[in-house]
Each structure stands twice: as structure tokens, then as C-alpha cells.
Ligand binder design. Structure first.
Ligand SMILES: Nc1ncnc2c1ncn2[C@@H]1O[C@H](COP(=O)(O)OP(=O)(O)OP(=O)(O)O)[C@@H](O)[C@H]1O
Length: 369
């Protein structure tokens, strides 16, 4: 644990560690509540001033941490903020990237709203990635980590920062915009491009430059892959393809039409709702159960649109959930919830079965989530 002593705060557990600091859960003895403290690693260029600056502007806005305190302990600067949930990246890892598409799109809407709020305060985030979104048990999303933010507009004179190139790379290679790789000064369009990569990652469980087998590409290779990526490689929904194409068409200073972007996600949500085939059977059986036991269980399984699951499927342990569709014989199509990469194939199988068998179609119609 980092050397940090304070009359007011008692460090509890480490919540996360980044390149620039460590974040701890701590007890605030003054208010008798738990808070989050970010303690900066000693370094030449401090980011904590920008973090505090942005927090002072966004504190109190929906989906942002509240700034509680800041100061210095020895040569280390720290900032205290409200304690939030787990980061989206970890959350998705812990449920093995299995989550229904509607919930991902709901989360996506919140992620986009946070970017809009930050832009309305004239800040760019410049390091958007799933790790920067924290999510609580009610699936409420907050944005954190403002150390790399940059003011893009002089709020008094309303003058936009100028277009420049040959800039050093700022951000995280996997989610950075292509222009960031190319050394072009970032503006609002770049945060939105990062958002597209985050959304694609959450929907598909991978990005062309972040394969599921954990291969890591270097920044140059990622840049090359982004140069040639087709929108359809990122999204299967035509509305989301439109979203990506719009973001890529934005000029440097252009104010993005956020309303249009929200509508496109809502459109994707609508498309998904009308075609979704996710049918969940909660029967308590584990994947390792013998087929005999499974068969017995299956005979009394409930095909449900589990309301708790629907409301909060990110928070449940999915270990005991099987995916199935009952045809006329009660045949189980799939033993486990499919990984995202298999979801498309799974849906195709179901659609095919439904097209061939009206009874399956009927079951699907009444079980669509
Ligand atoms: N307010 C908070 N409440 C709970 N957990 C938090 C909070 N702030 C940060 N964390 C956790 O700590 C992790 C690292 O935080 P943060 O990204 O701010 O640190 P960083 O050192 O700037 O990281 P990076 O190297 O990614 O820039 C987050 O991903 C999250 O898991």
C-alpha cells in the first residue's frame, strides 16, 4: 500500500491502478462515509491539476463523481471524490462478455451522454476507454479520469483551439481515433470516435485490433488496421454504421449533432428489440453438470424473461444460466449462454429453426426479451 497518512482519511482497499496513480477506497472520518482517493505517482508532469480542474466543473452533474477534497501528502498530490462502482471493462470481464444487446445499448446511451456533458463544459476527455466508465448495481454509468482532458474552447471568447498536426500521441491506442494516431490535434469528433470503438467492443466482445485471443498489437499496427477498417466490421446495425460514418465525417471544429447520435442508438435499440431472440432459461444447473442431471432439470425448466435479469443482468452471476429455446419437443438449442462472438450464429440458428417450424416461431414470439 502507498505511504499515505492523513488525520481525515484511512485507506482501505486498492480499487485500481493506472499509469498515473493509484485509486483507493478510504474511510472519510469527518463524514463517516467511504470515498475514493486518487494518489498520484511522483512524476515530472502532474495530471492531477487538470483532474481537479475538470472535477470542479462537472462535480454535481449527473454521471460524474463529486469532488470532495484535494491536497498534498509529501510530494504526492491526491484528490478525493465520491466512491463509485466497478469499471465497465472489469464488469464485462467478470460476466465473460455476456450481456444482452439492449443493455449494452442502454449503457452506450449513458456513455454518450457523459461525453456530451463534458463537451458542454468545453473539455475533451482524450482517453476514453471502458475502464473510464464506472457502473453501479443499478447500471448507472459515471465517467472518471480527467488527467488527460483538454479545454477545446475559450469559454469567454468562444474561440476553438486551432487545428495542428505533428502532435505527440495522447490516449490509449486501442480506443484512440485514427486522427490521434496520425498526430492531429484532438477535438470533439475524436472522443466520439473513441466512443464508437468502446461501443463496438462492448457489443462484440472484441475489436479487429483487440482479438479475443488476447493478442496485443503495437500502436503502428493498430493505426494501420484503423485506416482500413470498414464500418460494417465494427457494427452489424445499420444505425450504428451510420453513427460511425457521421462521426468520421465531422470536421475539426464542427459541433456534433448529439441529438442525431442519440436517435441513431435509440433506432438500433428499437431494431434490436424487434428482432431480439435472447431467450434465457434459469434452471440452476452448472455447465459441468452431467447430461443426465441436465435432462432432469430441463424437464422442469422455466423459459423465462427473468425480470431481475432484464433489469440488471450485468450484476447477476451468469454461471447458472442456460440459454435455450424450446421447440415442440422441448429441445434445448444451446447449453450455455453464447459468448458474443457466437451470438450472431446462435440467432441465425434460431431464426432458421423458427422459419422451418411455426411452433418454434410461436415460442420465440412470446419469449423475446
Ligand atoms: N471514484 C471512483 N470510485 C471507484 N473506483 C474508482 C474511482 N475512480 C477510479 N476508480 C478505479 O480506479 C481505476 C483507475 O482510475 P483512473 O483511470 O482514474 O486512474 P489513472 O491512474 O488515471 O489510470 P489510467 O492509467 O487509465 O489513466 C478505474 O478504472 C476504477 O476501476
Amino acid at each position: 500500500m502507498v505511504d499515505f497518512k492523513s488525520d481525515r482519511y484511512t485507506l482501505d482497499t486498492l480499487l485500481g491502478e493506472g499509469n498515473f496513480g493509484s485509486v483507493y477506497k478510504a474511510l472519510d472520518k469527518k463524514t463517516d462515509t467511504f470515498v475514493a482517493i486518487k494518489i498520484e505517482k511522483s512524476q515530472k508532469i502532474s495530471q492531477i491539476d487538470m483532474e481537479i480542474d475538470v472535477l470542479q466543473h462537472v462535480s454535481g452533474e449527473e454521471g460524474f463523481p463529486k469532488l470532495i477534497d484535494f491536497g498534498k501528502y509529501g510530494d504526492k498530490s491526491y484528490v478525493v471524490m465520491s466512491l463509485l462502482g466497478q469499471n465497465l471493462h472489469k464488469k464485462f470481464q467478470s460476466i465473460r462478455k455476456i450481456i444482452n444487446v439492449e443493455t449494452v445499448l442502454d449503457i452506450g446511451l449513458q456513455c454518450l451522454q457523459r461525453i456530451k456533458t463534458l463537451h458542454e463544459c468545453y473539455y475533451l476527455h482524450r482517453d476514453l476507454k471502458p475502464q473510464q466508465y464506472l457502473i453501479d448495481d443499478d447500471l448507472h454509468v459515471c465517467l472518471v479520469d480527467f488527467g488527460l482532458c483538454k479545454k477545446f474552447m475559450n469559454s469567454k471568447l468562444m474561440i476553438h483551439i486551432p487545428y495542428t498536426d505533428n502532435r505527440p500521441f495522447v490516449g490509449t491506442a486501442n480506443y484512440a481515433s485514427l486522427n490521434t494516431h496520425l498526430g492531429i490535434q484532438q477535438s470533439r469528433r475524436d472522443d466520439l470516435e473513441s466512443f464508437c470503438y468502446i461501443l463496438s467492443y462492448l457489443l462484440n466482445g472484441q475489436l479487429p485490433w483487440i482479438p479475443v485471443d488476447k493478442t496485443k498489437y503495437d500502436e503502428k499496427t493498430i493505426k494501420k488496421m484503423k485506416t482500413s477498417v470498414a464500418p460494417s466490421n465494427l457494427f452489424s446495425s445499420s444505425s450504428l454504421v451510420q453513427f460511425f460514418v457521421y462521426v468520421k465525417s465531422l470536421s475539426f471544429e464542427k459541433v456534433p449533432d448529439y441529438q442525431y447520435l442519440f436517435e441513431l442508438i435509440n433506432q438500433a435499440l428499437f431494431e434490436e428489440k424487434s428482432s431480439s431472440m435472447s431467450i434465457f432459461t434459469v434452471d440452476g444447473s452448472t455447465n459441468s453438470r452431467s447430461s443426465k442431471k441436465l435432462k432432469k432439470k430441463r424437464s422442469r425448466k422455466r423459459t423465462v424473461v427473468n425480470s431481475k435479469f432484464k433489469r440488471s443482468n450485468l450484476c447477476r452471476s451468469l454461471d447458472n444460466i442456460n440459454v435455450s429455446v424450446n421447440d415442440s419437443d422441448g429441445t434445448m438449442v444451446c447449453d450455455q449462454l453464447p459468448e458474443f462472438k457466437d451470438r450472431k450464429a446462435f440467432k441465425e440458428t434460431l431464426l432458421k429453426a423458427a422459419a422451418e417450424n411455426p411452433l418454434v416461431q410461436e415460442k420465440l414470439n412470446c419469449c423475446v426479451m
